[in-house]
Write a protein that binds this ligand. Sequence first.
Ligand SMILES: Nc1ncnc2c1ncn2[C@@H]1O[C@H](COP(=O)(O)OP(=O)(O)OP(=O)(O)O)[C@@H](O)[C@H]1O
Ligand SMILES: [Mg+2]
Length: 255
Amino acid sequence: MQVWAVANQKGGVGKTTTAITLAGLLAEVGYRVLLVDLDPHGSMTSYFRYDPDELEHSVYDLFEQTRVDAERVHQLVLSTSHDSIQLIPAATALATLERKAVAQEGMGLQVAKALRHLQADYDYVLLDSPPVLGVLMVNALAACQHLVVPVQTEFLALKGLERMVRTIQMINRARKHKLPFTIVPTFYDRRTQASVNSLRELHKHYPEHLSNAVVPVDTKFRNASLKGVVPSSLDAGSRGVHAYARLLRSLLEQR
Ligand SMILES: Nc1ncnc2c1ncn2[C@@H]1O[C@H](COP(=O)(O)OP(=O)(O)OP(=O)(O)O)[C@@H](O)[C@H]1O
Ligand SMILES: [Mg+2]
């Protein structure tokens, strides 16, 4: 089982879309995929038509006690619109976690511990992280073997990324192996100077981490979310899906 996290401390850069689109493409080639929504806003949970205010069980359950047992973990898994993709949903209650986690030691590995119970059930797990450096993002970074960092190609894109790179360096001090990461430019529009310039800056500053896939602005992503299906089920030929397919190929090659 491979675990990938999608994170960036900046909001609205395409994290949730990246996780869901990659999940769809992995499922299409026959892999069993688990999505985990670690964002208190629950965008991924809502995408698949579950209400993060109403769910009886969610990823929050993992933080109620330090011990994580197998039965509890299996209870969290929900089905989605795609047969090969399942979801551990978020709950709004996750927002209260930061305060509690400070008081409780050792909450940084709750997700990693839970995933150990699911080793045999999935080929790939994708963790969607909130745009905040806190206990949830720390859990995602501690549980994954690879990190995908979507970066919106706009003015000041690099500023947010610098913060994320510092976070990765901090996490690396606590990890046995350095966390490999791939930067994915998103919302690219070659007609705008801001997109062209920021992509050039990314090439200059992070050549070894930059993905060769550049995700364009594509309204198909929003259409897919309105229908609650993965983008590749709605339109496998769209430019956006093509870009993510390219990203996926390079991620699979890096393994
Ligand atoms: N390449 C794209 N082209 C056009 N729209 C996109 C693209 N990627 C994402 N979107 C849309 O932009 C919005 C924000 O994307 P998304 O929710 O994936 O970002 P996020 O980084 O997860 O945001 P947050 O920080 O709030 O969790 C969504 O409505 C999504 O459908
Ligand atoms: Mg999101």
